[in-house]
Ligand binder design. Structure first.
Ligand code: CDP
Length: 569
């Protein structure tokens, strides 16, 4: 395994097995532990020990080469006591004391095991509503969410990672204005991402400058009407102010719900890439695209092999998983959703010589993701023939499709942020452009180290314009745009998230979404001086292009952020 120093630090801190605070496994032993554990599932399907050993070797190889990594909980917990392998959960929040506090307890159990939770609070009766049993008044979704936030702080995931939550409130919930404004106070709800659940009828009302109704979630009557434009503008203003709330397009998400007969999707996981039914969980994994370029072309043969092994791996994870609740186990095993995605996409584009903003880059995104989705389906079909279709298949959209292909898994593809995985693999994260070409890292003793992107360093040395002084100057902003000593074509290739127009960000997200069963994690970056109108246009473009949601970030808009490119370890 070729690991960077950063990767080793992260592994030691959070992933390698410890006893009495001492690390007791090497990175290779970690991969062996994971491969060995996940391969065991093959015994459920009449495999011999020799065959299982072969499967284990295949799993080990694609991880050891850093061509594929499963989500963090699988790396941390497979073969260990916890054995909780999934990153993503959605829990229902019913409108009753029992319902609310059950959800709180379940969330605590999931956080303890390294998973993240998403909730829709839309079923809760609004603030000031009457509580029939006591004659008192309801405190509303926001006050309950504060308790979830505090519980998350307290649990701290047993030292692995801090719990992450998503809170969704439908745009037609009577408390929506309070929800939209809630994160203006940056001290509150620090363990939550907020997203407004937007409906198609709301978007129609915005376009037609009409009012839209706020509906009582239990009784179904219209509580009041609001100007759709005013609510949209408030949403835009808040997102401009500090990036939150984001939005999710609920109708668009439910268009792709593979099992509408089983239930509606009302929430996603914390980072938005995985819409799930109540109690459903999902395990993710990512192919590292930076490992698949040979002679300036994509090695589709190798990519196909890795996809097939990865789908086999992720399907096995469902069997080997220790579920925190019987309800989660039941629905997860009935749908068998998995999410294979990518990291290192920006690195791959650089190797191919394609600027991120170019039309060829968009085409490459479609080609690669289209290939991954197709091969993932083929692999799931092969598994279905050997292991059976997912139990809800007869209830699914695939059964109704005229030429249906039996599948082992209700969904196959998801683009995760790969926040930690990309550090382990030393690749660019998810489908994001590079964050900076060079930056200054302050290490523990206060010493400053300038780090430079390895491809840029290599090219700069080859073309003879590399100098320590140049790299130090680049590290001040992270960007190479406008540096005369850097040739134009290299400037075009080494663009960062801040050099790219918001429109290009949204178009890339939409290109991946077109070929992804679940959703796409992406941040649409804006310069500091972007206007609210710019944000509004990005929201509308994302809606028009069929994205399932959008998260924006205006540079420097969160408190304490001085320079977007400095980094502290
Ligand atoms: O790279 P890694 O596998 O650690 O995670 P990611 O791709 O950045 O995030 C994938 C999902 O893991 C998120 O959407 C969350 O559901 C979950 N997660 C979490 O629960 N807590 C975190 N601190 C980070 C991620």
């Amino acid at each position: 395994m070729e690991l960077s120093q950063n990767a080793r630090i992260v592994l030691e801190k959070r992933y390698l097995k410890k006893e009495n605070g001492q690390v007791i496994e090497t990175p290779e032993q970690l991969l062996k532990r994971v491969a060995q554990n996940v391969a065991q599932a093959d015994y459920n399907y009449q495999k011999s020990p020799e065959q299982v050993a072969e499967v284990e070797q295949g799993f080990f190889e694609i991880m050891d080469s850093l061509e594929f990594l499963p989500n963090s909980p699988t790396l941390m917990n497979a073969g260990n006591e916890l054995q909780q392998l999934s990153a993503c959960f959605v829990l229902p929040v019913e409108d009753s004391m029992e319902g609310i506090f059950d959800a709180l307890k379940y969330a605590a159990l999931i956080h303890k095991s390294g998973g993240g939770t998403g909730f829709s609070f839309s079923r809760l009766r609004p603030k000031h509503d009457i509580v029939r049993t006591t004659g008192g008044v309801a405190s509303g979704p926001l006050s309950f969410m504060k308790i979830f936030n505090t519980a998350t702080d307290v649990v701290k995931q047993g030292g692995t990672r801090r719990g992450a939550n998503m809170a969704i409130l439908r745009v037609d919930h009577p408390d929506i204005i309070e929800f939209i404004k809630a994160k203006k106070n940056k001290e509150e709800f620090t363990n939550f991402n907020f997203s407004v659940g937007i409906t198609q009828s709301f978007m129609d009302a915005v376009v037609n400058s009409e009012n839209y109704p706020l509906v009582h979630p239990k009784q179904g009557h219209v509580v009041e009407e609001l100007s759709a434009q005013k609510v949209f503008d408030l949403l835009v203003e808040m997102a401009w102010d500090n990036g939150e709330p984001g939005i999710v397009f609920l109708d668009r998400i439910n268009q792709d719900n593979p099992t509408p007969a089983v239930g509606d999707i009302e929430s996603t996981n914390p980072c938005g890439e995985q819409p799930l039914l109540p109690y459903e969980s999902c395990n993710l994994g990512s192919v590292n695209l930076s490992k698949f370029v040979r002679n300036q072309a994509i090695d589709y043969d190798r990519l196909k092999q890795v996809i097939h092994t990865a789908i086999h791996f992720l399907d096995n994870v469902i069997d080997m998983n220790q579920y925190p609740l019987p309800e989660v186990e039941q629905i997860t095993k009935a749908n068998r959703k998995i999410g294979l995605g990518v990291m290192g996409f920006a690195d791959m584009l650089i190797q191919l010589g394609l600027p991120y903003q170019s039309t060829q880059a968009i085409q490459t995104a479609k080609d690669v993701m289209g290939f991954i989705r197709q091969e993932a389906r083929n692999a799931s079909n092969t598994l279905a023939e050997k292991r059976g279709m997912f139990p809800n298949f007869p209830n699914s959209i695939y059964q109704q499709a005229s030429k249906h292909l039996p599948l082992r898994n209700a969904t196959l593809t998801t683009i995760a942020p790969t926040g930690t995985l990309s550090i382990l693999a030393s690749s660019s994260s998810g489908i994001e452009p590079l964050y900076s070409i060079a930056f200054t890292r302050t290490i523990l003793d206060g010493q400053k180290l300038v780090e430079v992107h390895p491809y840029f360093k290599e090219l700069a040395e080859q073309k003879g314009f590399y100098s320590k002084e140049l790299i130090e100057r680049i590290a001040r902003t992270g960007s190479v745009q406008g540096f005369n000593e850097v040739p134009q074509d290299i400037q075009a290739l080494f663009v960062t998230a801040h050099d790219i127009t918001p429109e290009a960000h949204v178009r890339m997200q939409a290109a991946f979404q077109e070929y992804t069963d679940n959703a796409v994690s992406k941040t649409v970056n804006f310069p500091h001086d972007a206007t609210q109108d710019d944000i509004s246009q990005a929201f509308i473009l994302a809606y028009q292009l069929g994205c399932k949601g959008i998260t924006v970030y205006r540079d420097g808009s969160r408190s304490g952020q001085v320079l977007s490119t400095s980094n502290t370890t």
